[in-house]
Design a protein around this ligand. Sequence first.
Ligand SMILES: Nc1ncnc2c1ncn2[C@@H]1O[C@H](COP(=O)(O)OP(=O)(O)O)[C@@H](O)[C@H]1O
Ligand SMILES: [Mg+2]
Length: 507
Amino acid sequence: MKDQDRPEQRRRTRVRTTSASIIKAESGVEKTKGTVNRSRRQSPDPVEDLIAVLSQKVVGQPAAARVIVPYIQMYQAGLAPEGRPVGVFLLLGPTGTGKTKTIEALAEVLHGSPKNLLKIDCGEFQMEHEVAKLIGAPPGYLGHRETQPMLTQQKLNSVTSEKNSISLVLFDEIEKAAPSMTRLLLGVLDKGILRLGDNSSVNFEKSLVFLTSNLGAREMMREINPDFGFQSAQPSERTDLYSKLQSIALVAVRKRFSPEFVNRIDCIITYQPLTAESLSAILDQHIVDLQAHVNTRLGSRSFTLDVPFEARQFLLRKGTSAEYGARELNRTIHRHLTQPLATLVATNQVAPGARVRVDINEAEDKLNIRAQDAGIEAAPSHPTVLLVDDNRDLLRFLERLMADAGWVLLTAESATEAKRLMREHKPNAALLDYMLPDGNGVELGVEFLQAVPQMLVIVMTGTILPPEEEALCEEHNFPVLRKPFLASDVMNQIRSRLLPASGSARA
Ligand SMILES: Nc1ncnc2c1ncn2[C@@H]1O[C@H](COP(=O)(O)OP(=O)(O)O)[C@@H](O)[C@H]1O
Ligand SMILES: [Mg+2]
């Protein structure tokens, strides 16, 4: 898609309101008169596509994409008006609801990277003298050659791409800007031109200009907070809340900015507080992103992240905040998931190809993150252990200990019997005495391992093992327990090798 900017195709000029009147449009949007609904009908398909992609990235704010996309389409059709930016949008609403995210998502869709946008932090231009940083000092001023203006044509061009020649410009938190900055902005919105200190100019006719502001945010919070149940409110109550937030935002905007300033804005979009469903979709998005990040950064050493429903519910419970929106969710994910995961990886506790499972701990106040080697399905918390020995004293003692731990003990006195139990019960671990009436425990262990590769085999012996059996044990990583041993030694062996509950991976 290429833009055309031959003069005959740019003849259309914008109809502007002369009064400060703003007509109320579909939910979440206030439009000034003279918007571009007509162009939407001309070629609906690409527009709908772009709307769908954007709505997927910016969750729960359908109005934003619906309003912005037609302006992009108009520019690409060569129908954008001359002498002014392609579109000017004021984004209002509570913190962490996706205002900045919208422009990053647009940059990603239009240019292939969320970084392809020019962001001016108006908080940096609260004092009159700081405005020189933006446009550069005029000639004659001391050091004017050293002050590189922040807003130059070159900078504007550098955020476009081969895919698209439109530049996205974001003036963040405009209510903080010094009055002279607001005047400069007025020139940009009105004529699409910014004059720099050295008298050169920057052209905004190929730019979408976004202004964000938290004007009215405090009043909006007061509207949201007494009714903390808004998350589960009836749809009609929500619609009610939306229109209340919109009118609060508009009153605040009109109080702060002159009518001529407000009139140069094409659309005012009020972002809505995020619902529980939206937060849940954002969380899912983050987990998908985290996995993609692991895959690209770790390559062949990557692992699979497994975050079940309960763990997600935990993150949503901790990360829901009316005041900070999705920012609180981001912080919660970072604290409870990303950081502990990074520690596990940094300390080499996650083997390549491992499955990393995230569960809630017993106190339900944090997440347990455990790595399991590839091939081992979820480690059992109550393993089944097969004991093959004819020593009845040991057997009785172990039986009691394992029952206390909630484990299941199967016993056999011969290799033949052991094989039958093995087939029927598929135990997680086998404790095999070396000397069996009808065979030897080491060979039996090797046989078991062939059938169930992830099984833990421990060999018990009262004598020193012959060298070939010793070698087999080493080759297959069988721990060897020399009798006499404490029953607790057996338990600990199984615990440390089979149950990664302590948080460490199986070595
Ligand atoms: N509607 C949303 N859809 C997807 N992610 C969101 C949304 N709102 C907020 N977020 C997440 O929260 C972060 C902060 O949101 P941001 O857009 O910067 O908030 P603000 O509305 O204050 O500009 C984003 O980087 C994003 O991860
Ligand atoms: Mg923001």
